[in-house]
Design a protein around this ligand. Structure first.
Ligand SMILES: C[S@@+](CC[C@H](N)C(=O)[O-])C[C@H]1O[C@@H](n2cnc3c(N)ncnc32)[C@H](O)[C@@H]1O
Length: 233
């Protein structure tokens, strides 16, 4: 186990559609037939690309609602933070995923550009909504699946166990079928934080199932597991 990128703040960055499909082990059937809420959506291209292919995705993030120019500024400065921070963490990653630091930056920039091109239309259509976890303003059972990556568990230095539990309760409330969370390690330490077990126990007390599964995506060492929370049949 080894640590990864050390951050003073949560950065506005995004993974690509392809990374999402593998991080969450999504099938073509999931994308074509399920409705999704993704939070935090960040600068990910998942919503834009899935929507282009007929998918039904709403994404929420604490900074959505800001202007495109402001989000572009946030996104570009986050790329600079990644570029300088990643120089020291070479052996903490499976570089087969993205090649090297330049490949990582290209992939993140590609997601950002695709997101920005879709943002204003998506905002006007209600596909991008402001959302500050642990609250979610959607109705109960609003979507089939909630996807959440790189916030819960990733930043234990910023969020306590109560925040995690309340966020999961909000996600379970709006999900008809499933909530999927990735990854299950802290970005800075590379270790699984205690909030994972707290969430698993809490979800089971709520009567939902919680299972940890290995997924095909593996970039940061140890970050290849997803927590699948599902409504019992
Ligand atoms: C590292 S990015 C991950 C984005 C996306 N999930 C991805 O990987 O492509 C973290 C995101 O969390 C958002 N964020 C931070 N605190 C939040 C909160 N309380 N509620 C919702 N979003 C939040 C930030 O604005 C940022 O866009």
């Amino acid at each position: 186990m080894s640590g990864g990128l050390k951050l003073d703040n949560i950065i506005f960055t995004g993974r690509t559609y392809d990374e999402y499909v593998r991080m969450f082990n999504l099938s073509a059937d999931d994308v074509a037939h399920r409705t999704f809420f993704v939070c935090p959506g960040g600068a990910s291209s998942f919503s834009a690309v899935a929507t282009r292919h007929g998918g039904r995705v709403v994404a929420g993030d604490i900074v959505y609602g800001e202007s495109r120019t402001d989000l572009e500024r946030r996104g570009r400065s986050s790329l600079e933070i990644i570029e300088s921070g990643m120089r020291d963490v070479g052996d903490g990653y499976h570089w087969g995923e993205l090649g090297d630091v330049n490949g990582l930056l290209r992939t993140r920039a590609q997601a950002l550009d695709t997101f920005l091109a879709d943002y204003e239309t998506g905002l006007s259509e209600g596909r991008y909504i402001p959302c500050a976890l642990p609250s979610i303003s959607l109705e109960p059972d609003a979507v089939d699946m909630v996807l959440s990556d790189h916030l819960l568990f990733t930043y234990p230095q910023f969020f306590d166990e109560a925040f995690h539990v309340r966020s999961i309760e909000a996600m379970v409330r709006i999900a008809k079928r499933e909530v999927r969370l990735f990854p299950l390690i802290s970005s800075a330490s590379g270790a699984r934080p205690p909030s994972v077990e707290a969430v698993v126990q809490h979800v089971r007390r709520m009567g939902w199932e919680a299972v940890i599964e290995t997924v095909p995506y593996h970039f940061q060492n140890g970050a290849n597991e997803m927590l699948r929370i599902s409504k019992p049949a």
